[in-house]
Design a binder for this molecule. Structure first.
Ligand code: BDR
Ligand code: CA
Length: 314
């Protein structure tokens, strides 16, 4: 079965790895890349998405989306993780392809209306585009098949603050709108993504299976590995963003826990994703909170093999 998706992204090194995984997968049909600020400013995010499409010979729409959080000033960016260019400072030539003129939110709404009930929104950056799409089309939850995100930290610490993960922290008000909407939402947060370190031999293998796309991931990941290997003995990095895509095609690799969820927007806990597993509370306020599915376990070896095998496909 082929899954039609819109991939909402802020490339970003692990975004690039995830985008190529989606392009390579025979079971995923990417209708477009919708970009958002996050790891880098939105203009760079959009340009980078075009560059990745050109490298992969993929002629699909790429849109530019929100450049600011729902509330508050412009965000800081994660150049210290992803490099000045979002690709680990590799000086890769930028594409001169053109963006689709629509905003990311408008593109999401247009596609959802065109393919009612068929599209899964996969969001691997901050959630402003999805929140805005919900404002443009309040019936959006009925028009899409579901939503899968990389973001959050349910039962583990955050990576930006003690309680918050970067994508949710970056636009907590937007995330709260997306979490509260009446759609089936699967969350792949640090509970699973930080549990799966990838060592340099994985990057070598991706390159050996796919010189062009795997080679790009390996080259751009050197800076990313340096960042993640500070204060540890081994050299590793984390490919957070590919997980919701891997779940789409291989759900059997994951354990998901259903629970009531909220996103905090108060300054101290900004971006905290609090989850009460079903049956764990009788608190009326918690019972009112929307139910989502949170990934709590993943088969590392099979996931690694899936990535390698998918990159190896012609
Ligand atoms: C998330 O934040 C970004 O740095 C990554 O691309 C990923 O989407 C991990 O917290
Ligand atoms: Ca990302």
């Amino acid at each position: 079965m082929t899954h039609k998706i819109i991939l909402d992204t802020d490339p970003g090194i692990d975004d690039a790895m995830a985008i190529f995984f989606a392009f390579q997968s025979p079971d995923i049909d990417v209708l477009g890349l919708t970009t958002v600020y996050g790891n880098v400013p939105v203009t760079m995010s959009a340009k980078n998405a075009l560059t990745l499409c050109e490298l992969a010979d993929k002629d699909i729409p790429v849109t530019k989306g929100v450049g600011m959080p729902w509330v508050g000033p412009e965000s800081g960016y994660a150049h210290f993780v992803h490099g000045d260019d979002g690709f680990g400072n590799i000086d890769f030539p930028a594409s001169d392809r053109q963006l689709d003129p629509r905003s990311s939110a408008q593109f999401i709404v247009d596609m959802a209306r065109q393919h009612p009930g068929e599209i899964t929104l996969v969001a691997i950056g901050p959630l402003g585009n999805l929140a805005l799409a919900l404002r443009l089309e309040p019936e959006l939850p009925k028009l899409v098949k579901g939503v899968s995100i990389m973001g959050g930290a349910a039962f583990v610490p955050g990576n930006v603050t003690p309680v918050a993960e970067a994508n949710i922290w970056n636009d907590a008000h937007a995330a709260e709108i997306v979490f509260a909407a009446d759609w089936e939402l699967n969350m792949f947060g640090l509970d699973v993504t930080n549990a799966v370190p990838f060592t340099p031999d994985f990057l070598d293998e991706l390159e050996s299976k796919n010189a062009k796309l795997g080679g790009f991931v390996k080259q751009s990941s050197q800076f990313y590995v340096d960042f993640y290997s500070q204060n540890r003995e081994d050299r590793v990095c984390f490919f957070h963003d590919a997980m919701p895509l891997a779940h789409l095609t291989h759900p059997e690799l994951f354990t998901l826990t259903r629970g009531h969820a909220r996103v905090s927007t108060d300054p101290l806990n900004k971006g905290q994703t609090s989850v009460a597993p079903i049956g764990s509370t009788m608190s009326p306020l918690w019972l009112e909170a929307t139910e989502i599915n949170v990934a709590t376990d993943v088969d590392h070896d099979k996931l690694r093999q899936l990535y390698v095998d998918t990159y190896a496909l012609a």
